[in-house]
Design a protein around this ligand. Structure first.
Ligand code: HEM
Length: 140
């Protein structure tokens, strides 16, 4: 049995489950490598700058905080206003699904444990779905 250290119970964060900052960095790097090379993500790739290094850095900083690690993005840029920042881009179900495709493939490639992956994918899906700003015919 684990030793009781007298601390109140604390929920384990995705940041801890992933294994900290290096894993978040590796996940984001893999994510953009896939976006950059997989034709299934071509529609969202063209929305991004030619040089993805700024995107890599920003998503790494954002996800570090969002998963429960240090708030790197907020410390540097302030509140992300994520939905508002995505308004210049036309995002419907297809774009959301391409983003999730890259993320799930990246998690798979990194060998993230299945139970962690499922929960993280579900949580990220919520964010990706919230980014939608285009109503496609026949969609909700
Ligand atoms: C739903 C599909 C999505 C599309 C098509 C999309 C596309 C983009 C594009 C084109 C940019 C601007 C280029 C750049 O700075 O890299 C951007 C920025 C960003 N996206 Fe997304 N994104 C999506 C979902 C998400 C999700 C789910 C998250 C977070 C979990 C996210 C986090 C960010 C961040 C942190 C930035 C940088 C914001 C800034 O300029 O400071 N995006 N996204």
């Amino acid at each position: 049995m684990a030793e009781d250290d007298g601390q109140p119970a604390r929920p384990v964060t995705f940041y801890e489950l992933l294994g900290g900052t290096e894993q978040v960095r590796a996940l984001v790097d893999r994510f953009y490598d896939i976006m950059d090379s997989d034709p299934r993500a071509s529609e969202i790739r063209v929305m991004h700058p030619q040089d993805l290094s700024g995107s890599r850095e920003k998503l790494y900083m954002f996800l570090t905080g969002w998963t429960g690690g240090p708030q790197l993005y907020i410390e540097r840029f302030g509140h992300p206003f994520l939905r508002r920042r995505h308004l210049p881009f036309s995002i419907g179900e297809g774009e959301r699904d391409q983003w999730m495709y890259c993320m799930i493939k990246a998690m798979n490639d990194l060998g993230i444990e299945e139970s962690v992956m499922l929960k993280l994918a579900e949580a990220l899906y919520g964010v990706a779905d919230f980014m939608r700003n285009r109503q496609d015919p026949g969609s909700n």
